[in-house]
Design a protein around this ligand. Structure first.
Ligand code: ADP
Ligand code: ASP
Ligand code: MG
Length: 437
């Protein structure tokens, strides 16, 4: 069976849902993962922010506007009075639930329940639409099988056992539909896989059922060779290896959730990135095969903080790096880039929640400097050490951009540089011009 994930824009209106139905109904059995309609999760975040501030008027205004939008979409989606009524009931049920939070204490637990409503509504609406069309369709609740553990990592055994058991009990349907993004945590509470997490849902499901293929349907024809939000004339990359795709996703290519490649890679399941607006386009095929000797694409990861720790004599002082890394570990803060010299080490982090504590602790081992507002620019491809000329081209392109850190050699797929946020767009553009034109 194939797993097909449709993102927010792809299910963003009644019209788009109808197009998705046309795309998927070819008689072949499929499992669909749907996001919330575009803009919905942002609105739910806005509602939550009002509720944290106990501003129920502000929250109600956003809730009512959102509910109105959904009522209009429902009226457009269904043809019969019977299904229009079912659709409106579904909307009322979810919005009454959201409204119930305006009268109570509001904490992170309630927020997660509010954030889960977008996917619950879109999947409910789409399932009803297929049923109205006479399709043999089955809605399977993600909250019954998608689960993260105490470390917020997916509990793959639980997911596999529960999903297969649900599918076994519901055999013979043409289309299975489930929610992206939402899950339960180790305590059974409603939680989520972080913003953009529907891609991750699709790959976790693909891995759990050993799907033939995972398809990520979105609003662009595959992974482009640079970020199309900042650079013109970017082009889709037809093939990427799992490792290249993982690097690009982790380092900012928004088309893929940062961690969604791993479950597919581990199980060797091909991932296709496809465009709902142009379904015939080839898109990008992500698989185990590696295109030789080429730069595939460039991505940028924002909001990076660089921390430099200078110690008297680092290389001779064995144990220094361990002590430094232990501090980051104790604050559960992952390090993205590392560079070293005789006298010190520079690292970058993107989660600066514990920055002050980390800096305080690091001061035990040396002098510490912090640079905020940095961006990692990541050039990804088959950049094996034996091939010549790539570094030269990259640094020629970046000759007018001040560079704070450089990293190569951690893998043969990635050269990363750290630049100031204000130089990001210039750097991306000149890299594209030099490497791809
Ligand atoms: P969805 O809602 O379907 O999950 P996203 O907005 O999360 O879609 O991802 C698709 C968007 O990712 C594109 O519209 C594009 O603006 C952005 N994007 C950023 N980098 C890339 C890239 N390298 N290739 C393709 N799209 C990218
Ligand atoms: N709806 C969620 C979000 O907007 C998850 C997703 O779309 O992947 O972040
Ligand atoms: Mg997305």
């Amino acid at each position: 069976m194939k797993v097909l994930k449709f993102g927010g824009t792809s299910v963003g209106s009644a019209q788009r849902m109808k197009e998705v139905a046309n795309l998927v109904l070819d008689g072949e059995q499929k499992l669909l993962v749907l996001s919330a309609m575009s803009g919905t999760t942002n609105s739910l975040v806005e509602i939550s922010n009002y509720l944290y501030k106990k501003n129920s008027d502000g929250a109600n205004e956003v809730i009512n506007k959102l509910e109105e939008k959904y009522r209009r979409e429902v009226n457009e989606l269904y043809t019969t009075d019977e299904y229009k009524a079912k659709g409106l009931d579904l909307i009322s049920e979810h919005f009454n639930y959201i409204k119930s939070f305006t009268n109570n204490v509001f904490t992170v637990f309630e927020e997660k329940v509010v954030l889960s409503q977008g996917e619950l509504i879109s999947t409910g609406m789409f399932n009803l639409y297929l049923l109205e069309k006479g399709v043999n369709s089955c809605l399977i609740p993600a909250l019954e099988f998608m689960r993260i553990d105490k470390n917020n990592e997916p509990d793959t055994t639980y997911i596999r056992e529960n999903l297969t058991s649900i599918l076994d009990k519901n055999q013979g349907y043409e289309i299975y539909i489930t929610q992206g993004f939402i899950c339960r945590n180790a305590f059974g509470e409603v939680d989520n896989l972080q913003r953009g997490g529907s891609d991750y849902t699709a790959s976790l499901i693909g891995a759990a059922i050993l799907a033939d293929e995972i398809q990520i349907w979105t609003d662009i024809d595959g992974m482009h060779n640079n970020d199309p939000r900042f650079v013109e004339n970017t082009k889709p990359v037809s093939d990427l290896s799992f490792d290249e795709a993982a690097e690009l996703a982790y380092f900012g290519a928004k088309i893929l959730h940062p961690t969604c490649v791993l479950p597919a890679k581990v199980n060797n399941i091909p991932v296709r990135l496809l465009n709902t607006m142009d379904p015939k386009a080839h898109g990008t095929l992500i698989s185990a095969s590696q295109c030789q000797k080429r730069i595939a694409a460039i991505a940028a990861k924002d909001s990076i903080t660089a921390i430099k720790i200078k110690s008297g004599r680092m290389l001779l002082a064995y144990g220094f790096l361990r002590k430094v890394f232990e501090i980051f570990e104790s604050y559960k803060t992952p390090i993205d880039m590392i560079t070293t010299s005789e006298v010190g080490v520079s690292v970058t982090i993107d989660n600066s929640r514990h920055l002050d504590d980390i800096v305080d602790d690091l001061k035990k081992y040396g002098t510490v400097e912090v640079d905020k507002d940095q961006v990692i620019i990541c050039i990804v491809g088959d950049l094996i050490a034996s091939s010549k000329g790539y570094a030269n081209k990259i640094f020629e392109a970046l000759k007018d951009v001040p560079i704070r850190m450089i990293s190569y050699g951690g893998s043969s797929h990635n050269i990363s540089v750290l630049v100031n946020a204000k130089d990001k767009i210039e750097a991306l553009k000149s890299l594209s011009a030099k490497l791809f034109d």
